[in-house]
Design a protein around this ligand. Sequence first.
Ligand code: MN
Length: 241
Amino acid sequence: MSVCLGAVLVLLLVTVQANWQRGAIAQPLPATVSGLSASPAELLPLPYAYDALEPYIDAETMRLHHDMHHASYVTKLNEAVQKHSELQGQTVEALLSNLDALPEDVRTAIRNNGGGHLNHTMFWQIMKPDGGGEPMGAIATVINENFGGFEAFKQTFNQAGADRFGSGWVWLVRNAQGGFEIISTPNQDSPVMVGTYPIMGNDVWEHAYYLAYRNRRPEYLSSWWNVVNWEEINRRLAAAS
Ligand code: MN
């Protein structure tokens, strides 16, 4: 690549990132159609300030969660992918969708850290300050038609999150038949590993809530609905359809 073209690309990337941080342009679509790169994987800045989700999620939790936990998944995913040239250029989803095809020495690292990167990239985007409220648009229809209304949906979702023993996630997914399900996955396992598309998910690892909520996971799960970004969830739903 010529120096000149390289400089233009760097400038373009810096501009896009700056605009994204300001919220001036639409955020990139995550998940199966996001094309989230695994080579190299990149930690994007939070799309809002660390304290933007208070009082529901505190600034220190957000800082540790993004800058330490998510950053570590990114670093370790890059280390794993760099060991095998044939994995270069693939998306995180592509790697996770076919774990059995991965070289054995990096399979677990990619499962854990690729999943961690994909899950958290979605997580930051489906939250926002002044979020929450009633779902609107297409996601409201999905919730009403499949789960008996928003209150029943929240109850089922929160229960699945509370019932996850140890660390993991709770999800609303679109399955391969086009139906909608609430599921839970252990550790950093992604719904794409089982052929489903994550529309929205909440992180129930203790690192997501323990500083403020201590062992009261159900309280965190209930509070979390106050920061949900329904516009972004509707974008993901549209991408899944
Ligand atoms: Mn987490």
